[in-house]
Design a protein around this ligand. Structure first.
Ligand code: HSE
Length: 311
């Protein structure tokens, strides 16, 4: 039977001001999914590694399985698929772990069928998988993981997704403290309505970030990487958040915030040396709080999920 392996990258959703509407992909880490077509109908998860047994083996509850089943339904296939998932992204980290698994699964199954669908056409299947994973079909992780780049979800109904050009020399530092936060829980703590003055501040920052990235205007990027809606509420779930953000700025980051629903902290810098130093210093703050962490530094990944060689 034909098998194919695909990789899909971690992503930073929200990017401070753009709750549910901004996200970008990074180079690493990336989930690995191996998909094999089967004559028998149905999607089966054969093996999952790297999740400490935490992810469901039931394909209808696993993001890779849900995404593949939605793909098979769409193309009217009566065949099935077997999935092997090698989790490389930490769970509950705010790095788009559930999204990376569904994005890789979709790229793999589409390839096995000779690419009948575009990446944009597969986006709703990955969003459906997000709904299964955390109760909300947000696209700000799945879109950049699938499409690559810095993505704006201008509208959800109808779905309208576009890429925002970014300066080539932009580096992202991700520091993942070893705490698990479920997206579902981090969404539940948010308020269902916001004050007009906060909305105005947020709109200004959203527009400012887009202009700052496109010009590029680094001062404008710094001023715009502010979130007055989700961050003030969610940051209490991340030990030492204010000190960590201050550390990133002190060591030269353009800006810093919660990656997705946390607890990972993202920072943007214009030099790789700054991005590495910021990672090192934030890690020191976590060590002071007796927390282990992992640091990832990379450019923005413009390719998104991709087919890889089967070993
Ligand atoms: N926009 C989503 C949230 C991203 O912040 O809940 C989750 O990774």
């Amino acid at each position: 039977m034909k098998s194919v392996k695909a990789l899909a990258p971690a992503t930073v959703a929200n990017v401070s001001c753009g709750f549910d509407i901004f996200g970008f992909a990074v180079e690493a880490p990336a989930d690995e999914v191996i998909v094999t077509l089967t004559d028998a109908p149905g999607v089966v998860i054969k093996q999952i590694t790297g999740d400490d047994g935490k992810l469901p083996m039931d394909a209808s509850r696993n993001t890779s399985g849900v995404a593949i089943q939605a793909f098979l339904n769409k193309i009217g296939s009566e065949s099935g698929a077997e999935i092997i998932l090698h989790k490389k992204l930490p769970l509950g980290s705010g790095m788009g772990s559930s999204a990376a698994s569904s994005a890789a699964a979709l790229i793999a199954i589409n390839h096995l069928y000779d690419n009948p669908l575009s990446r944009e056409q597969m986006l709703p299947f990955a969003m459906e998988a997000e709904r299964i994973a955390c109760g909300s079909a947000h696209a700000d992780n799945v879109a950049p993981s699938l499409l690559g780049g810095f993505v704006l979800i201008r509208s959800y109904a109808p779905l309208d997704v576009t890429k925002i050009p970014t300066p080539p020399g932009l580096y992202c530092t991700l520091v993942h403290p070893h705490i698990e936060l479920k997206t579902e829980d981090s969404r539940r703590v948010l308020k269902s309505s916001i004050q007009m003055r906060d909305a105005i501040t947020q709109w200004g920052n959203i527009a400012g970030l887009v202009v700052g990235l496109m010009k590029p205007d680094y001062g404008l990027i710094t001023r715009s990487l502010q979130d007055v809606i989700a961050e003030p509420i969610r940051s209490v779930l991340i030990p030492g958040f204010d000190a960590i953000k201050a550390t990133a700025m002190k060591f030269g980051a353009l800006g810093s915030g919660i990656s997705g629903s946390g607890p990972t902290i993202f920072s943007l810098s214009t030099q790789v040396e700054t991005a590495e130093k910021v990672g090192e210093e934030i890690q020191k703050r976590f060590i002071e709080m007796k927390l282990k962490s992992d640091v990832f530094v990379s450019r923005i990944n413009h390719t998104g999920a991709r087919i890889a060689e089967l070993e």
